[in-house]
Design a protein around this ligand. Structure first.
Ligand code: S3P
Length: 444
């Protein structure tokens, strides 16, 4: 389906976003590894997380789904059965990379496949450390690309120094470390999202953190515990930027995850001139709360260094914020964007140019000169959910019509995005605030 988007008035609303994608994946994994049942509420019913759920079903875990966002996982204590066929990870790099860590320790062979986009993504980054632990992983594609054949076996702990700040690498090694003899540690160059570490602790797995190093002891298993997934701050990011860049706009996002390794965009938007406040309401393994934002005339900023892993998934929408801000925003140290669902640096540069924004593309970043009116354009998602959503938000600010094509990919992380876009863009700033709650059992 194509999306047709026109210029909209300032946002005035209060909303909730679906469950966090990273945390939903991990809740299925930890629940499956536990020795007993776990109830997960607030699970993201997006295609990526459903791929993870189906993978564990194929490995013999009984997972009930009494409602779209509720799972009852009957964990098997880390004992799995060989799947009858290849496991299809769909579009999800998180599924393939984290699952490889668990499968690396199982006494059978598994083949992991993915869609065209996933089949182009680099897997050497997990094959290398898992092989050092004793696993046998063969990439069938050129240059260590999927499909993967994982032949599990006895693993031993390693001290791994990762060249990239990547939660997927860190998590694959730590999950394998649960099954390895001795200790396993991972050191990363900057802190990447720490959901795996927090969930290990919440599920009773002892863990030591020292600076950028995290260490676990082999042989631990998660205890069966119920878990609630907070709303995804990366999904909230689209609405936060739509409000931040529009003077007079007001937005409150409720029940959203506030893990500090994920909320870097709030600091970035505040630096650009938006008024941002966050309130933590609870912390059940992961902090939850409310974000309030008021729009302003944004000004340019610099985004780079250790801030990058914290905003890695928000760089497409922050680039749209940059296009709406006065001055030249410089994004650097972001070469990782080239190996996401698409080459995001190239996609952002070409789409912003199509909307009339001066952009210089660098090997590891972008220079975006904002402040001039955007004009509508016909833009393809390139199969990347965050490109589709970021440019849909850009369309709310553009003169003339913006058409986004190839939008099915948005179901990987944010089912319901377009419906909400239509609702919020119809609500004028001078009306009562529009209040949107997710109609889901997970919200009681
Ligand atoms: C994720 C980690 C990030 C992020 C991805 C989800 C995770 O990838 O971009 O959307 O759930 O661990 P990297 O760790 O490879 O940067």
């Amino acid at each position: 389906m194509d999306w047709n988007i026109s210029k909209a008035p300032a946002l005035n609303c209060e909303l909730e976003v679906p469950g966090d994608k990273s945390i939903s994946h991990r809740s299925v994994m930890l629940g499956s590894l536990a020795d007993g049942p776990c109830v997960v509420r607030g699970f993201l019913p997006g295609e990526d997380c459903l791929s993870t759920m189906e993978a564990f079903r194929a490995l013999g875990v009984d997972i009930e789904r009494p409602a779209p966002s509720t799972l009852i996982i009957h964990g098997t204590g880390g004992r799995f059965i060989p799947p009858g066929a290849a496991i299809d990870c769909g579009n999800s790099g998180t599924t393939m990379r984290l699952l490889s860590g668990i499968l690396a320790a199982q006494p059978f062979q598994t083949r992991l496949i993915g869609d065209a986009s996933l089949s182009k993504r680099p897997m050497k980054r997990i094959i290398e450390p898992l092989s050092l632990m004793g696993a046998h992983i063969h990439a069938e594609g050129a240059q260590d690309r999927p499909p993967l054949r994982v032949e599990g076996g006895g693993l031993h702990g390693i001290d791994y120094v990762s060249p990239v700040a990547s939660a997927q690498i860190k998590s694959a090694v730590l999950l394998a470390g649960l099954f390895a003899s001795g200790n396993t540690s991972v050191t990363e160059p900057h802190l990447s999202r720490d959901h795996t570490e927090r969930m290990f602790e919440f599920f009773g797995i002892p863990l030591k953190r020292e600076g950028l190093t995290v260490t676990i002891q082999g042989g631990s298993r998660p205890l069966p515990r119920d878990f609630r997934v907070p709303g995804d701050v990366s999904s909230a990011a689209f609405w936060l930027v739509a409000a931040a860049a529009h003077p007079g706009a007001r937005l409150r996002v409720n029940r959203v995850g506030l893990n500090p390794s994920r909320t870097g965009l709030l600091g970035t938007l505040a630096r650009m001139g938006a008024r941002v406040r966050e309130f933590e309401h609870s912390n059940l393994g992961e902090p939850f709360g409310t974000i309030e934002i008021e729009g302003a005339s944004l000004k340019a900023t610099r985004i780079g260094g250790k801030e990058i892993p914290n905003v890695i998934d928000e760089l497409p929408i922050l680039s749209v914020a940059a296009a709406l801000a006065e001055g030249t925003t410089i994004i650097s140290d972001a070469a990782e964007l080239r190996v996401k669902e698409t080459d995001r640096l190239a996609a952002i540069a070409s789409h912003l140019k199509a909307m009339g924004v001066p952009v210089v593309e660098k090997p590891d970043g972008l220079e975006i000169t904002g402040g001039q009116p955007l004009h509508g354009a016909r833009l393809d998602s390139l199969g990347d959910h965050r490109i589709a959503m970021a440019f849909a938000i850009a369309g709310l600010f553009a003169e003339g019509e913006t058409v986004i094509t190839g939008t099915d990919c948005v179901n990987t992380s944010y089912p319901g995005f377009y419906k909400l876009l239509q609702q919020v863009s119809a609500n004028r700033g001078d009306q009562e605030p529009l209040i949107i709650r997710l109609e889901e059992e997970g919200n009681e």
